[in-house]
Write a protein that binds this ligand. Structure first.
Ligand SMILES: [Zn+2]
Length: 398
């Protein structure tokens, strides 16, 4: 298909051995009994115990040295613009910095910071197609940036969504950041998008910056987007009774973002747990934004929710991996046969009070990232951004 990501050339076989802990990303079984993972041509082909697994013919061998392998983290809410540059805080290299924070996939919630962003229908469609193509071709550091997320305007008609879908656009930007701010119009357009396979999200809560508006529970529930974007506000959260109403009033994804209200995030997590619906919780940073970019934002959310939300660390990692992958229909972010070999290899940070990585996260510390792998290819080694990991993996053979 024309819009697929570029693949590695030539046959490759990656073997990761001597793994201390494998986090699956799946809530129903967050820890796997395995010490070895094999990926052929960028897809996971074996997971298990060393002696049972065929590791011959490896093109890359990684000795994990007893560290933890998790699926690469997903940031469900970013605002990219062009290349690895953001005009919002005028930074270059922010996506590469996120990779050093373990993020291997990003999902655009709209390229809203594009200087001179077109708001007419022809212009916004052209920009969405451009962004989708440009990011899928570029892939800074190897990071998979799912971009091309148009922000809907009142003049759009059903054929516009059909046309966007045919051109490879799979996402809508946050409903509410454009001219459509009312429930009935949003609902109509979100349904058109869904009909053609385009996923949707919404700006929940108070205005993010001057010029944006309030989206309250009535609009959120009526619009019925696939994801309730930053239910903890971006940054201003809705009152708690409205957050509860949204959680109980739909079955859609509940997105918690770093650039939101942390107390409201903890409240949402509590409601989701009470409802036994932790599978709906996904994480984003909502960066770049007024509060900047946070290369460690997803790790910080995992740690914050685990430490203050009383969630085991291996469950909190699912919010940033398997939950999002399932909700967003991605082929990665779960350690399962056939999935993309996208991993983050971590260990507890040096001098953390925790006995191991899971306890250290539960105590509110960040793990140290020692390596990232995307499509079976090593992309980074010891992170320049996280606290140093106690142990790091080595490449021992190619
Ligand atoms: Zn927003």
């Amino acid at each position: 298909m024309a819009h697929d990501a570029p693949k590695a050339t030539g046959p490759t076989k990656l073997v990761i051995r001597n793994i201390g802990l494998v986090l699956s990303g799946a809530l129903e079984k967050p820890i796997l009994d395995a010490d070895t993972i094999v990926a052929v041509d960028g897809k996971i082909s074996a997971i298990g115990r060393g002696p049972d697994i065929d590791t011959t013919g490896a093109t890359t061998i990684v000795d994990a040295n007893g560290t933890t392998v998790a699926p690469g983290l997903i940031d469900s809410h970013v605002h990219p613009v062009a290349g690895d540059w953001t005009p919002r805080q005028n930074q270059i290299g922010w996506i590469d910095s996120f990779l050093h924070g373990g993020v291997t996939t990003m999902i655009s919630a709209g390229e809203v910071h594009m200087p001179g962003r077109p708001r007419d229908v022809v212009g916004l469609k052209a920009m969405a197609v451009f962004a989708q193509r440009a990011f899928w071709t570029l892939r800074p550091g190897g990071v998979k940036v799912h971009a091309g997320a148009p922000v809907i305007e009142c003049e759009m008609v059903e054929d516009d969504f059909k046309e966007l879908a045919a051109a490879g656009v799979k996402l809508l930007g946050e409903v509410g950041l454009g001219g459509v701010k009312d429930g009935p119009t949003a609902r109509k357009m979100v349904a058109w998008a869904r009909k053609y396979g385009i996923q949707s999200t919404i700006h929940t809560g108070g205005p993010s910056i001057p010029g944006s508006g309030l989206i309250d529970k009535d609009v959120v529930l009526e619009a019925d987007t696939d994801v309730v974007g930053h239910i903890n506000g971006g940054h201003t959260a809705l009152p708690y009774d409205q957050i509860r109403c949204i959680c109980e009033g739909c079955k859609r994804g509940l997105e918690l973002v770093h650039n939101g209200n942390e107390r409201a995030a903890l409240y949402t997590l509590r409601i989701a747990r009470e409802m036994d619906e932790l599978g709906r919780v996904i994480l984003g940073t909502d960066a770049p934004a007024g509060s900047g970019v946070q290369p460690l934002g997803i790790l910080r959310m995992v740690s914050m929710l685990s430490a203050l939300g009383e969630v085991p660390a291996e469950i909190a990692f699912c919010f940033a991996t398997g939950n999002t992958a399932r909700m967003r229909s991605l082929d990665c972010r779960l350690i399962e046969l056939g999935r993309a070999a996208d991993f983050v290899i971590m260990d507890k940070a040096q001098h953390s009070a925790g006995k191991n990585i899971l306890e250290s996260v539960r105590l509110g510390d960040l793990p140290g990232v020692g390596m990232t792998i995307i499509d079976g290819i090593v992309r980074t080694q010891r992170s320049r951004n996280t606290p140093p990991a106690t142990r790091v993996p080595d490449i021992v053979g190619r």
